[in-house]
Design a protein around this ligand. Structure first.
Ligand code: 5GP
Ligand code: ZN
Length: 117
């Protein structure tokens, strides 16, 4: 596929409106929607509208969009009324990445343990 959209990518389809999602925020270059299988009371995914496979690729190709994504994650937490949250970018299948369109998990609303499993 191309950089901007991948025909076989689930999150490109969500960004393009071809698959529905529970959208909580939108910005020029990002979209935030609730995870279909929430692991915390707040579990929102923030994605760039453009297709990039992981956070390092996004940082290299579009650092301004990554900064926008991080600001949007903070705005999601504020909108949910939570002051502490975790922002996670799983990178690579062994680390738990299953969708290869970069997404930040915004997790909060309960106590978090460290280290993660
Ligand atoms: P990863 O494992 O790649 O870090 O995270 C992928 C996330 O996407 C998972 O938490 C999973 O529950 C979520 N997910 C997978 N398919 C869908 C979907 O169709 N809609 C939404 N909203 N979330 C999804
Ligand atoms: Zn994609």
């Amino acid at each position: 596929g191309t950089v901007s959209a991948d025909a076989d990518c689930l999150f490109c389809k969500i960004a393009g409106g071809q698959i529905p999602a529970d959208v909580v925020r939108e910005s020029e270059h990002t979209l935030a929607f609730r995870d279909i299988s929430p692991q915390a009371p707040t579990h929102v995914l923030v994605i760039p509208r453009e297709h990039h496979r992981d956070v390092a690729s996004l940082a290299a190709a579009a650092p301004g969009t990554l900064a926008e994504l991080v600001r949007e994650a903070a705005a999601v937490a504020a909108g949910e009324g939570i002051e502490a949250y975790r922002l996670v970018f799983n990178t690579g299948s062994e680390a738990g990445q299953s969708v290869f369109h970069v997404h930040g998990h915004v997790l909060g609303g309960r106590a978090m343990t460290w280290p993660p499993g």
